[in-house]
Structure formats: C-alpha cells, structure tokens
Design a protein around this ligand. Sequence first.
Ligand code: GRF
Length: 203
Amino acid sequence: MKHIAVLASGRGTNLQAIIDNIENGTIPAKLVCVISDNKEAPALERARRHNIEALYIDPGSKKTWLIPEVEEKYVKVLKDRNVDLVCLAGFMRVLKKTFLSAFKGRILNIHPALLPAFPGLDVQRKALEYGVKFSGCTVHFVTEDVDAGPIITQAAVPVLDDDTPETLARRILKEEHRIYTEAINIVLSGKYKIIGRRVIRTD
Ligand code: GRF
C-alpha cells in the first residue's frame, strides 16, 4: 500500500475529499500524516477526527516560502513515514530545492483555475474580472516554477453572468474534490509518462 501525506494550511475540504475517498476505497493508499504550517488549521482537526497523524511544523518565518531548515524538518517527517506521494491541498507556502529534490516528481498541487491562466492567489476574482467564460481547476506536479508543473488533470467550470468570486469558487471546489482523487490515482498507478510538459497516460 502506497503512503500519502497531505500538506494543508487552511480549512481542508480537499483533504476531506481525499480522506473520504481513501476510506471508501476509491484511493488505494494510506494517508499517513497531515502536516500544516498553521497551528489553527481546521485541516489538522479533520485529520485527528479520522485518527490520522496531524502535525504542525512551525514555518519559523513569515516568508511565503519554507526556509531550508524548515524544509528539512518536513522532509524528515515525510521520509520517516515512507511517504510515496505528497499532496498539497491549500498549502500556502512555496516549496524550494530541499523539499523538491527529496520528492522529485512525487508532489502534487491543486489550483482553482485552468492553468496556465490565473496562477497565484485570489484567482476566482481574477477570472471574473478578466471576463473568461470558463474557469476550473488543475492538478499538476510541483516544480520550482510556481503553479507551472506538468498538468495531470483539469476540469472546466462555466462562469455564470451572476457569479461572484464566492459562487464561482464553490462550483470550482466541487470539481477540485473530484479531480484531485482522479489525479492521485493516475500517479499512484504509475501508468503515465511525462513527455516535455505533457503527462500522457499509458493504460
Ligand atoms: C483550494 O481552492 C485549492 O485549489 C487552493 O486552495 C484551496 C484550498 O481549499 N490551492 P481547502 O483547504 O482544500 O478547502
């Protein structure tokens, strides 16, 4: 059984979808720990409710990325638990070399827009302001360039005339919960290859 870890900074609804899909057998893996850079993250509470190890690792700075000493702590925890796949789910810090090289090709992230459109933060508002008729969500491998790694899955969501950032975010989130599981299963199966930037399924 493959070992998964989830890193989350906030409410943890994507984490919850992963937990539910592991419990109902849709994801054939064990969630060995949830780690947060935020002591108060509801995500940690969700993990505890399901008897999953929930760890807070002090980010040690207000920077938007993890400093190398802290990355080492994350990596140690993950290695000690034989983690095969790291899933970022609303984790608000950028990962750098120490972390990325320890889990090369084994870190996923979910983003609430159709990348490469609207990377970064507050993207539902940006999509509305730009006037796109479709937005959506993307699961991609994490690389040094933020929100720019090879794309595993995407789902499109229509933008409605009366949408607010909140209503659009809610509909996108529903799709996030579905496609994150899909992407995790593709990666766990190992039945894909990466050609250039393209993730091609081989099953
Ligand atoms: C999601 O919209 C995800 O795409 C983004 O952060 C949000 C996290 O939400 N990276 P949740 O904590 O999973 O509910």
